[in-house]
Design a protein around this ligand. Structure first.
Ligand code: COA
Length: 261
């Protein structure tokens, strides 16, 4: 049994759902919530039965309305840096998670909540999703990687506009600029996120993991390094049973049964 107070973990088949459940505070991230999110992902990482993770917020109003402003209000210079670094590390572990992580956003994704969604690999937004980085209105800047990841995802101009105005954008605009992968009816949010996760989970797990490593690795290296890295991962995959199975299944006109080996 989990001792978690704020984070629920449910598994259904090969898909795990992590729900941030601090609904009375719109799922705002305090240090306990962050630690429980981190613990949830650490557990799912080694669970071979799990092939994709959906991250969502409890209730109808918010994915996550930000870092807990009550906690942030008490920080000084050094502790401020530590708060930022600690949050960055948790989100980096999600970004580097070896299985796809899908944010299901059905309401406010603000500040740290927007940054958390940005650290996920894919974002499914309901029509009620609202994304924003309002930090400058509080006298701070996004400190969980938002200034870095938003620009990479939507381009410098759009990121600067969101970060400097602090304005929220709706789901349609988020999809238009590539912040959300899709917009779905509010009531269908979890089903659509699960459908997307299921679609990915049917593919060869090691190939999915290597694809994530290659795409995200390319963000950090030169073109030559990125291409060499892609080629080495491609070569590694040639040694997997799943590659043999995937190709045999195609040639035999049947569906592949991937074992993750
Ligand atoms: N940190 C701490 N508490 C938060 C919070 C946050 N980031 N976001 C919401 N809450 C709390 C509110 O203080 C309120 O608590 P209370 O009922 O004990 O007073 C509760 O969640 C509900 O929020 P409320 O503001 O009453 O809801 P609303 O529908 O009127 O407004 C928002 C919703 C999202 C617009 C508003 O809560 C908001 O602006 N939140 C802060 C967003 C933000 O700046 N995030 C970035 C932080 S770095």
């Amino acid at each position: 049994m989990s001792d978690n107070r704020y984070v629920r973990i449910e598994a259904s088949g090969t898909i795990a759902t992590v729900t941030i459940d601090r609904e009375t505070k719109l799922n705002a991230l305090n240090p306990s919530v962050m630690a429980e999110i981190d613990g949830a992902f650490a557990g799912l990482r080694d669970d071979d039965g799990v092939r994709a993770v959906i991250l969502t917020g409890a209730g109808d109003k918010a994915f996550v309305a930000g870092a807990d402003i009550g906690v942030l209000a008490r920080m000084g210079t050094l502790s401020g840096t530590e708060v930022s670094r600690a949050g960055q590390e948790v989100l980096r572990r999600i970004e580097e998670f070896p299985k796809p992580v899908i944010a299901a956003v059905g309401g406010y994704a603000l500040g740290g909540g927007c940054e958390l969604a940005l650290a996920c690999h894919l974002r499914v937004a309901s029509e009620r999703a609202r994304f924003g980085l309002p930090e400058v209105g509080l006298g701070i800047i996004p400190g969980y990687g938002g200034t870095v990841r938003l620009a990479r995802l939507v381009g410098l101009g759009r990121a600067v506009e969101m970060i400097l105005t602090g304005d929220m954008i709706g789901a349609e605009r988020a999809a238009e600029i590539g912040l959300a992968n899709m917009v779905v009816p509010h009531g269908d949010l979890m089903d659509r996120a699960r459908a997307l996760a299921g679609r990915i989970a049917r593919n060869a797990p090691i190939a999915v993991k290597m694809a994530l490593a290659s795409v995200y690795g390319a963000e950090e290296g030169t073109m030559d390094h990125a291409l060499a890295f892609e080629a080495s991962l491609f070569g590694l995959l040639a040694s997997t049973d799943d590659m043999k199975e995937g190709m045999a299944a195609f040639l035999e006109k049947r569906r592949a049964d991937f074992r993750g080996s």
